[in-house]
Design a protein around this ligand. Sequence first.
Ligand SMILES: C[S@@+](CC[C@H](N)C(=O)[O-])C[C@H]1O[C@@H](n2cnc3c(N)ncnc32)[C@H](O)[C@@H]1O
Length: 210
Amino acid sequence: MRITASLQSRIGLFLFSCLWLSGCAHLAYQHMNDPSRDAWQKPKDVVERLGITPGSRIADLGAGGGYFTWHLASAAGPQGRVYAVDIDETGLKIITKEMQMRHITNVVPVHAEPTDARLPEPVDLVFSCDTYHHMDDRVAYFKSLTRYLKPDGRVAILDFHPHGFFSGLLGHGSAAEEVRREMESAGYRRTADFDLIDRQHFQMFMRSGF
Ligand SMILES: C[S@@+](CC[C@H](N)C(=O)[O-])C[C@H]1O[C@@H](n2cnc3c(N)ncnc32)[C@H](O)[C@@H]1O
């Protein structure tokens, strides 16, 4: 039997959920960083659409094991800074180890609270992949996040479409329209809606006044 990329990643998502539910968070994070994910996640195309300028300050909100962190850090360049923000120390430890191994100096791990990203300075871009559906009271969260955003700062949100067993039935996703509505209630306006990834929506927001 030939295993298609789609079937392969669905099996991956299943394994990830099993690992997470059985408490093997470390293995789950390693699975998230599996290079086979590149085939459908298209991280280079995603980062290209973000239009990051060298020297940018970026928050990777819900950084996990750093899958996107390294791509963002490369786009921000040596004068830039990427805050790898997560509430779970397991992923932050993986990121710290990787930074040391690869001598990366423009990434700063941040141990956040569920209701507070705890960023040390305002950023140009908050990037968040596959994290939105994990968050509680998102309208309040993104309303208060504006204190960490430069006036013309942007927020990029990618999340799984709520279809199928894992993303739909188990709630491992959110509807694009739901994200847009909630972000508008939090005081943002949508500036882009990219049709790039089959299984995820990818939207950009700015504060309403900008
Ligand atoms: C499914 S992982 C995605 C990781 C990474 N963005 C990626 O694409 O591989 C979701 C991550 O969001 C984190 N998370 C959940 N709620 C959060 C919150 N309120 N603030 C920061 N991180 C959060 C989780 O701990 C987890 O590491």
